[in-house]
Unconditional design. Structure first.
Length: 144
């Protein structure tokens, strides 16, 4: 249970940093989670659609649209037509939003990378396996 409690403590602290970032940049904490989802989709080469975002955030279509509208008004997200299917709209995180995130979270990211550098490859593999399995526990099964 000690590891479960530590994981919970880390997620609470990370949530607090996300809320601080949101407040400093005129966003709702859900907006920050949306940006993270969109950045993760881009990293995984997944088409970032409103449907994907709503599913990942657990929002209905109205809530998803509200988040996208807020982020678009702030200049953090752009709606772009899919080059392969012009009927589909994709979401792209704008460079300024990426810059703001990097600027705010750089020290935390660097600190985590320093910690990971102190682990040998086998330890990093164990941490990776644990975090991957923990993520699977918390990730709901996709609805048919």
């Amino acid at each position: 249970m000690e590891l479960v409690h530590l994981l919970r403590a880390v997620t609470v602290e990370f949530g607090l940093r996300q809320a601080e970032f949101a407040a400093r940049n005129g966003m709702h904490p859900t907006d920050v989670r949306a940006l993270i989802c969109l950045l993760d989709a881009a990293r995984a080469a997944e088409p970032a659609t409103a449907g994907l975002l709503g599913a990942r955030l657990g929002l209905n279509s109205a809530g998803t649209t509200a988040v996208i509208d807020r982020l678009e008004r702030l200049g953090h997200v752009a709606r772009i037509r899919d080059g392969h299917d012009r009927r589909r709209v994709l979401l792209r995180v704008e460079p300024e939003a990426i810059r703001l995130g990097r600027e705010f979270f750089a020290a935390l990211t660097d600190g985590l990378l320093d910690v990971l550098d102190s682990f040998d490859p086998a330890e990093r593999d164990t941490v990776h396996r644990f975090l991957t399995a923990a993520h699977a526990v918390f990730t709901p099964e996709p609805r048919p």
